[in-house]
Write a protein that binds this ligand. Sequence first.
Ligand code: E4P
Length: 220
Amino acid sequence: MQLYVDSANLADIRAAAALGCISGVTTNPSLLAKEDPTLDIKELILDIHRTIGGHVSVEVVSTDTDGMLREADAILEWFPDATIKIPFIPAGLSAVRNLANRDIPTNVTLLFTANQAVIAANAGATYVSVFLGRLDDISTDGVQAVRDTCEIWDVHGYESQIIAASIRNPLHLLECAKAGAHIATVPYKVLLQSMKHPLTDSGLKSFLDDHAKMMTAKGA
Ligand code: E4P
């Protein structure tokens, strides 16, 4: 399972990129709105891409097909490597089909069921983003939606990549990896939480203490 960072915060993305384990970034209008409103969105996205060097999903905000396609074309003019993120609404599906026919990668967002993912895959989505945290927020098992999607992918061999999105904690990450999601997009904070283990910290401390003792004994 590949790891993306779900963020528009350049400091977090830089820190995540430095770890060497991140293959992409997903953004959305809400993540962008959390950043300094004076920032130029184009420049920020290009900076993110320069930092991460891989996948960057950029979301459209139109709700009609023509508007989405105009936005996609405009984004691709200044950022030809963009993956166009499109909401799962009927107008969005038509836009996905149009972009797929032109070999332009798309990430269909705001999916909450495996059925929605199947429909997006049939429209030609390159990526399908299943939002599990928001399902948990309304007392519905979000991981199960990812499991169902992965099970269907195993049966039918759909080519779209499954992105586990709206990940809120390390257990979400673990369960999505076990389910077989191709990608998990995680907030930087969850990435750090997932790296942390007290035995790693205490183990390193013992190694360093023992090394220091040995050096002292040698008179080094
Ligand atoms: C993914 O593409 C979305 O941007 C994201 O995962 C949404 O997460 P949230 O539910 O924490 O806002």
